[in-house]
Design a protein around this ligand. Structure first.
Ligand code: PMP
Length: 393
């Protein structure tokens, strides 16, 4: 069959099975309210946890950087693309994270590709939580290491895998987990993971994309939350969620970062962040370092919304963070719910199979420090109305 006909056939299959992603277009900047495809809606689905994506201080820093450094980095970091501002960001991030060094790359996705295949090969074993993010999964695929997938957050399952691997003579063992799981909002059992890592002589790597700016003192992340910064070998961060900008980073010991500067393919073969992105991320890091105000606001909003939505009668699973899965269970009802939300002026994502198991469909609500009490009350009243319409509560 002709290539393009094959693509059309697959697209039709996606559409018929309800899996075709509808990509909406924003006509406004990020914020608690958006204009989406011409309609004003309350934003309950972006990762702009602290409301920094359209913050005036950060925009000013980005504009200044364009005037000082221009718009493009001109090259990859290892040739002529490392500007003083990149080094300043890495130094400031290292101080914020309380680690020896960091390496900034183009995205959180790339940060995983920049570490996992560089430090593991066919002589090594990787232990991965079954719900780890796609960028970890792809990083593991690139590494050629032997994979052991353990049941979500189940330390017994992890230990079983470590025991079975101990019969083989691996050079390195690497345990990888998300810090906060993005579909359920639950937190990785890091203290237990660290204990097992010590017992079985494994390294620990945490992808804290959804913990950064949310957990720990001043939003330093999940390792700080558990007071385990010293015990974590590799931390992955993103600058695109709570930091409000774009980019990713790896945090750890100086020797690891120096090694990655020689080896990491996204660092060596793809151009660096632009000066404006770098300056914006630097300003966001400084804002977080200086004050806990936004993190406190985020948690106040989270507790307010989650207490009330539970009282209305919804199940929000095992969330421990601002990620709030409002469980609808049934796929079809979830699509109806999401369409009615949009009609009523609320933008929140329907999360269905295959992203989550069948029968576990939900509307995922992302709380932000930028929401006002009135915004959250509006959302709660609409969730109550639709839930009653659809006989869910
Ligand atoms: N890791 C995790 C756990 C994530 O949730 C995400 C974002 N969806 C990423 C990595 C990728 O981050 P970025 O958007 O910066 O590429």
């Amino acid at each position: 069959m002709d290539f393009y006909l094959q693509l059309e056939k697959e697209m039709k299959e996606l559409k018929d099975s309800g899996l075709l992603v509808n990509i909406r277009t924003l006509e406004s900047p990020q914020g608690p309210w958006l204009v989406v495809d011409g309609k004003k809606v309350l934003n309950l689905c972006s990762n702009n946890y602290l409301g920094l994506a359209n913050d005036q201080r950060i925009k000013d820093a980005a504009i200044k950087a364009i005037q000082r450094w221009g718009v493009g980095p001109g090259a990859v970091r290892s040739i002529a693309g490392t500007m003083a501002i990149h080094k300043e960001l890495e130094q400031t991030l290292a101080e914020f994270k309380k680690v020896e060094a960091t390496l900034v790359v183009q995205s959180g996705f790339n940060a995983n590709q920049a570490v996992i295949p560089m430090i593991t090969n066919e002589n090594d074993a990787i232990f991965s939580d079954e719900l780890n993010h796609a960028s970890i999964i792809d990083g593991i695929r690139l590494s050629k290491a032997k994979r052991y997938i353990w049941e979500h957050k189940n330390l017994h399952s992890l230990e079983q895998q470590l025991i079975s691997a101990s019969h083989e003579n691996f050079r390195r063992k690497l345990i990888i987990t998300d810090g906060v799981f993005s579909m359920d909002g639950d937190i990785a059992p890091l203290p237990g993971i660290v204990n097992l890592a010590k017992k079985y002589e494994a390294l620990v790597m945490v992808d804290d994309a959804h913990g950064e700016g949310v957990l720990g003192e001043n939003g330093r992340g999940v390792a700080d939350h558990f007071n385990l910064t010293e015990e974590i070998d590799i931390e992955i961060g993103t600058l695109s969620k709570a930091f409000g900008v774009v980019g990713g980073f790896i945090a750890g010991k100086k020797v690891l970062i120096d090694y990655l500067k020689q080896k990491a393919r996204p660092f060596l073969f793809s151009s660096s962040l632009s000066p404006s992105e770098t300056a914006a991320a630097l300003e966001a890091t400084r804002i977080l370092s200086r004050s806990e105000e936004l993190v406190i606001k985020l948690w106040n909003n989270t507790h307010y919304f989650q207490d009330k939505i539970r009282k209305i009668g919804y199940d929000i699973g095992k969330t421990e963070t601002p990620i709030t899965p409002v469980m609808i269970y049934d796929e079809k009802k979830t699509w109806d719910f999401s369409a009615q939300l949009y009609e009523e002026g609320i933008f929140a994502s329907a999360i269905v199979f295959p992203t989550v198991p069948r029968g576990k469909a939900r509307i995922r609500v992302m709380i932000s420090a930028a929401h006002s009490k009135e915004d959250l009350d509006f959302a709660l009243s609409i969730f109550e109305k639709i839930g009653k319409n659809l006989n869910i509560i």
